[in-house]
Ligand binder design. Structure first.
Ligand code: HSE
Length: 438
């Protein structure tokens, strides 16, 4: 049986998951492909030895040496971050090696250089594990939806943030405690601010939008808001409004321009995305021919992500065996058909909003606030006021009818400048009926 040799850089959560998957699934993958995928070498500077089940795998500290080893066919980069990951990936491509990476930060920021170099060298770059953990969403979009114009992308794409919001909602556990737990479970990025500030979700949206629309897009094009300002009180109010709070990535295709945003969203409880809990992710596409498609599964964690990396390794191994390297363009479109496309300014969008205003509990406050909203033509659907801490501010919570973003940001700036308002207003967008997935 033909053997394909893999060199793995990084034996952390995902790297060790890949090693276990390749070991436990070896025979099954042989029966499915007629190929043996052999983890030949691991390069890692942080470990002294590999676990005993990998006694036939060589451990080295010299990643560059491994990359240039003629025995190695595929280099798998699982160290994350931009450097030295980019250097290793570029060295591997230069050495004529195929590359697999789960590194969404690297691909979304440096993808242009990497994919151009790979095309020039005639090698493949696999990145299934960069979006949606174990969910085969990249292959699904690239191959399963090849006969579709993508009309929209909407989803929960960060396991850590979803895990935090779920446990805060269902168990009332504090943000910091749940974050610590998510880190211990191996869901969070090395820098967990990427997870909770929406940056990791935005990295994933960059990758999906590039593939969905054949567009050049960078992180700066995306409006990003994280979940750090969400407090238990917002989760409680959301419940009263019949919603759950989710960190969503949203892009709608308006032909001449496309939306690109990541923000916490109040999702009606009967909506499909409201039921995606824990570290699970769900990514929904609307295609013009297929209609609605939902990809669902574990979006983070050692074994699910290891499964996705192994699938990329197998795809490349099959292409090597069949002499069909490059058969499917990595980014879904041929490089010459990837070009610029405008981004819809967020100020031009409209939706219903939730506001939590922290104000002094004195007479006339509500009138002042509603006066400002009326001035900006923002219509209030309901108002709630809860609690009265001794001498402390009260939370005035409002749900608006559909209102334009530009008017909302002007009105909130004026409200926050009022003497009676004691903290920046928390603003959360509410998913509209018409956005419901069918
Ligand atoms: N930190 C990421 C998450 C890992 O929580 O989703 C998977 O990309």
């Amino acid at each position: 049986m033909k053997v394909i040799n893999v060199g793995l850089i990084g034996f952390g959560t995902v790297g060790s998951g890949l090693a276990e998957v390749l070991l436990s699934q070896k025979e099954r993958m042989e029966k499915r492909s007629g190929l043996t995928i052999r983890l030949a070498k691991v390069a890692d500077i942080a470990i002294a030895e590999l676990p005993p089940q990998f006694s036939d795998v060589e451990l080295t500290r010299d990643a560059a040496g491994m990359i240039n080893d003629p025995e190695i066919d595929i280099i798998v980069e699982l160290i994350g971050g931009i450097e030295p990951a980019k250097t290793f990936v570029m060295q591997a491509i230069e050495a004529g090696k195929h590359v697999v990476s789960a590194n969404k930060a690297l691909l979304s920021q440096e993808g242009k250089d990497i994919f151009a170099a790979a095309a020039a060298k005639g090698v493949e770059v696999g990145f299934e594990a960069s979006v949606g953990g174990g969910i085969p969403v990249i292959k699904g979009l690239r191959e399963g939806l090849v006969a579709n114009k993508i009309l929209s992308i909407m989803g929960i794409m960060n396991g850590t943030a979803n895990y935090i919001l779920t446990r805060m909602t269902d168990e009332g556990i504090a943000f910091d405690e749940v974050l610590k737990d998510a880190q211990e479970k191996g869901y969070a990025e090395a820098d967990p601010t990427y997870d909770i500030e929406g940056i990791d979700t935005a990295h994933k949206l960059v990758i999906l939008m590039t593939m969905a629309y054949g567009m050049n897009i960078s992180l700066d094009d995306i409006t990003i808001e994280g979940i750090t300002s969400i407090e238990p009180v917002d989760i409680e109010f959301a419940r009263e409004f019949g919603c759950r709070i989710k960190l969503l990535a949203i892009s709608r295709n308006h032909e001449e321009h496309v939306e690109a945003r990541v923000h916490p969203t109040m999702v009606p409880e009967n909506h499909l995305l409201a039921s995606i809990n824990g570290a699970y992710n769900a990514i929904h596409f609307t295609g013009d021919t297929v209609g609605n498609v939902l990809f669902y599964g574990q979006g983070a964690g050692k074994m699910p992500t290891g499964s996705a990396v192994a699938a990329d390794v197998m795809d490349i191994a099959r292409d090597i065996q069949a002499g069909s390297v490059g058969r499917v363009p990595s980014l879904s479109y041929l490089p010459e058909h990837i070009g610029p496309l405008g981004i819809t300014p967020i100020e031009e969008l409209s939706c219903p909003f939730y506001f939590r205003i922290s104000a002094k509990d004195v007479s006339g406050v509500l009138a002042e606030i509603s006066g400002i909203l009326a001035e900006h033509d923002i219509s209030i659907e309901s108002v709630l006021q809860k609690g009265r801490e001794e001498q402390g501010p009260v939370s005035i919570v409002m749900r608006t009818h559909t209102a334009p973003e530009a008017a909302v940001s002007e009105a909130i700036a004026k409200i926050d400048a009022l003497d009676v308002v004691e903290a920046p207003t928390v603003t959360i967008r509410i998913l509209e009926e018409e956005n419901d997935l069918e």
